[in-house]
Design a protein around this ligand. Structure first.
Ligand code: GAL
Length: 326
């Protein structure tokens, strides 16, 4: 296995190369993908160096959880009991609270077989962490094909009682070019989430034209209208409910590079980096609006109870990614 290990601050970065042009750097902090290189060119929009990455709160490449997305007022009700979760976005809980999975130190194991190289990150979250009940054992498995430019993420979460879990990745993509407005996007989704003014998902509706990517179009085509439709989001920041199909549900293309995504989860948040930060980005310098697009496959469930798992029903989902020339 072609692998480079680097210690930086108290974390470890692992760079794996396959035989046909895919190079990925992972970090055990947040069970993350720091960067992805395809045929010598970065296709991720990521921080300039490890120090920027570790201090960033923009979730780039990190694993989201215990619950990806927003929970209103940080309130979780299970049977007759109310739990008050850590609130980290005004009154609400974003991506599981202040010290959520993205900012945790995972244990790492590396392995390989004939066709794949695997990076396995494990973390046990104790009962009460970020306000959530029950102990949860998290496993994130990244597998890279040795002879194909494909990789996958498998998420597992096992618990000892009733508790909500919704894991997701937060990779910002930018295949090539000065921002992502010229990127061509196809999403096989006939419905999109509806949001309140704090971007909390309140339901779903049939896609209106500006949210309709069933026929591929440029991200920039309708983005001004989208920003008017939801000023707080200032661009795309909503969930697309994916149609069931055997084919890739999401395809992103620009300037000769094509990314195809397939998942067994029923939705994906698409977030067009609408609020740039002070972070410095690799190769691109200052973080800019629409500088990258985060595609976050995850489970859509109208009520938090629909995300409950228990000791007999673990969380177990996958996402696969394929990069190629076109
Ligand atoms: C996304 C979310 C955005 C923003 C981002 C992190 O999942 O939809 O509103 O919070 O994470 O910067």
């Amino acid at each position: 296995m072609d692998i480079k290990k680097e210690r930086f601050q108290s974390h470890t970065f692992y760079t794996l190369k396959n035989n046909c042009g895919l190079e990925m750097t992972f970090c055990n902090y947040g069970a993350s993908i720091y960067s992805i290189k395809y045929k010598g060119h970065f296709v991720t929009y990521h921080e300039d160096d490890y120090a920027e990455f570790l201090k960033s709160d923009k979730y780039g490449g990190k694993t989201l959880g215990r619950v990806a997305g927003r929970i209103k007022d940080g309130v979780l009700k299970i049977k007759n009991k109310t739990y008050h979760l850590e609130r980290n976005e005004k009154n609400n809980t974003l991506h599981g609270g202040k010290r959520n999975l993205s900012f945790r130190h995972f244990a790492t194991t590396l392995s390989e077989n004939e066709s794949t190289m695997n990076v396995v990150f494990k973390y046990t979250s104790l009962n009460g962490e970020c306000g959530f009940p029950h102990k949860v054992r998290f496993i994130v498995v990244y597998s890279i094909k040795k002879d194909e430019n494909c990789f996958s993420i498998h998420y597992h979460a096992m618990t000892d009682g009733l508790t909500p879990i919704s894991m997701a990745p937060h990779i910002y993509w930018r295949l090539k070019g000065k921002d992502v407005l010229n990127h061509n996007l196809m999403i096989n989704a006939g419905e999109v989430t509806t949001l309140n003014k704090d971007l909390i998902i309140v339901g779903k509706e049939k896609v209106r034209k500006i949210y309709d990517f069933r026929k591929a179009k440029k991200i920039g085509d309708d983005i001004k209208e989208v920003a008017k439709d939801n000023p707080r989001a200032n661009g795309y920041d909503c969930g697309f409910i994916l149609n069931e199909t055997d084919k890739s549900q999401i395809v992103l293309k620009n300037d000769g590079i094509k990314l195809s995504i397939k998942t067994d989860m029923n939705a994906a948040i698409v977030f067009t980096n609408c609020y740039p930060s002070n972070r410095k980005m690799k190769e691109y310098g200052k973080d800019v609006i629409y500088g990258g697009v985060a595609i976050e496959p995850q489970m859509y469930a109208p009520h938090l109870e629909d995300k409950f798992i228990d000791s007999k029903h673990p969380f177990d989902h996958y996402i696969s990614f394929h990069l190629e020339d076109y």
